[in-house]
Design a protein around this ligand. Sequence first.
Ligand SMILES: CC(=O)Nc1ccn([C@@H]2O[C@H](CO)[C@@H](O)[C@H]2O)c(=O)n1
Length: 104
Amino acid sequence: MLQNDITFFARFEPDILAGRKTITIRDAAESHFQPGQRLRTGRYEDNGYFCTLEVISTTPVALNELNDEHARQENMTLAELRQVIAEIYPGLDEFYVIAFKRIS
Ligand SMILES: CC(=O)Nc1ccn([C@@H]2O[C@H](CO)[C@@H](O)[C@H]2O)c(=O)n1
């Protein structure tokens, strides 16, 4: 079976499919994605494939640099985004913004 290149929590699948979520913010372990790369994209919970994304850019960002534009691209408020990141990555300060578009 073909492996996925990136996974998202299943609750974000509708926003990604609808184009409402156009970035993800990850730690160094997932900072290797390059512009133009096509990512088979699945759900974290069951690894089920749900779309293919093309990477636009991968950009380092510190926690205190997150702003309303990042939140808008996540379809969240900035307070919600900070909360989500604190839950997924407790104590971490250095992140990478992976911007993407859905191609299939
Ligand atoms: C295993 C693992 O780390 N999975 C992740 C990590 C992050 N994210 C989302 O990226 C944005 C910023 O972190 C938020 O929308 C997060 O929910 C995700 O869906 N799945």
